[in-house]
Design a protein around this ligand. Structure first.
Ligand code: TXA
Ligand code: MG
Length: 346
């Protein structure tokens, strides 16, 4: 029999129901189980960060390779020294400026954090999420929660409880439903172990915002190439990918894309993700906001929607070539939406 996850509403406008849901989640975490919970970025798949076998279950549940470290979540920065053995002035400034919020700091790992959490590294990724449900859960549990994004390995991250259930129902014990994530893409990951901040993954906090606080941010070659750390280049470059093959196109090629859509629609459902979808022949038309914050909020839901519609192809309009769109460009590239020649018409 396939197990199905329990989904509990965790409404922030109903304190009693929220507290009851959180209490159940805490009980699951205490016995070494897995709880999917909302954060402002994406849903996380959480376990007690100090429980080695619970953390091992996360890797098994996601099909995630053991070389990919997890992020440890805290209720507040006050308990930072329980997971990080050294908190430099640089990391303190970053924590003060951006926590609670979508910034993950890589710091020297405290001995209390099992090596498996950090994939054997001597460092650990830490963040204090800015989400009332995540905060209530972390505060009630009283210990750090290790959590990667709540999606199957290499698949699109979840921004709703329904996305989690669609991918992980059989392996997660409880899902807290706190509604749709408001930021929509993952945290920015910064290595703060040295004197200068080093960008490991672009994300919800812009590099410009970080530079206003701590000065120039170094861009590691790892951030340019994919997720850190990994055994071989290119290995997990395809990440955040929907099943639907994607093709990015410049706005000027929209007319040619429409001809492709007409031809492709003879073979099944087709998708268009664009700033203006009026009059398109695509069966699944997803109109995206023109500002990067709005676009980020809706990106993963759009990719999930293409899959749910069973699209045989999804055309994605190119986004502005501007630093404000950096994290979105990174996610689209890893989703397979690279600018390329239009496929041959069938
Ligand atoms: O917004 C987010 O960050 C979400 C929510 C749930 O917090 N989490 C998330 O986790 O995106 P995940 O596991 O999908 O991505 C974690 C990223 C990976 O790129 C990982 O390599 C990096 O953080 N990371 C974690 N610990 C690290 C460490 N010690 N050194 C280098 N990179 C690390
Ligand atoms: Mg992830």
């Amino acid at each position: 029999m396939t197990k199905t996850a329990r989904v509990l509403p965790a409404p922030t406008d109903d304190a009693a129901r929220l507290a009851a849901a959180v209490q159940e989640a805490v009980a699951v975490l205490r016995r070494g189980g897995l709880v999917a919970f909302p954060t402002e970025t994406v849903y996380g798949l959480g376990a007690n960060a100090f429980d080695e076998s619970a953390v091992a279950r996360i890797f098994a549940a996601k099909g995630r390779p053991s070389f990919n470290p997890l992020i440890v979540h805290l209720a507040t920065a006050d308990s930072l020294s329980s997971v990080a053995s050294e908190v430099s002035p640089l990391s303190r400034r970053l924590a003060e400026a951006f926590w609670p919020g979508p910034l993950t700091l890589v710091l020297p790992r405290a001995p209390a954090v099992p090596a498996i959490v950090a994939a054997g590294l001597s460092t650990v990724g830490v963040r204090v999420p800015a989400h009332p449900v995540a905060h209530a859960l972390l505060a009630a549990f009283g210990l750090p929660i290790a959590a990667p994004s709540a999606n199957a390995f290499t698949r699109v991250s979840a921004t709703t409880a329904a996305h989690v259930v669609a991918q992980l129902a059989a392996v997660v014990d409880l899902v807290l439903d706190g509604g749709a994530a408001t930021v929509g893409i993952e945290s920015t990951v910064v290595d703060a172990t040295g004197e200068r901040a080093v960008l490991l993954r672009p994300g919800a906090v812009s590099v410009a915002a970080i530079e206003r606080v701590v000065g120039p941010v170094h861009r590691s070659s790892v951030a340019a190439a994919g997720t850190a750390p990994r055994p071989a280049p290119g290995m997990i470059d395809r990440h955040y990918a929907p099943r639907t093959p994607l093709v990015a196109f410049p706005t000027a090629e929209r007319a040619a894309v429409e001809r492709h859509l007409v031809a492709a629609s003879r073979h099944g459902a087709t998708g268009l993700v664009a700033f203006d979808v009026a009059g398109s022949a695509a069966s699944c038309r997803i109109e995206m906001p023109r500002d990067p914050l709005g676009y980020a909020r809706e990106l993963y839901a759009a990719l999930h929607q293409l899959d749910e519609a069973g699209c045989t192809i999804g055309f994605v309009e190119a986004i502005p070539d501007d630093v404000a769109w950096e994290a979105i460009a990174d996610r689209l590239r890893r989703a397979g939406a690279a600018l390329r020649e239009l496929p041959p018409m069938q």
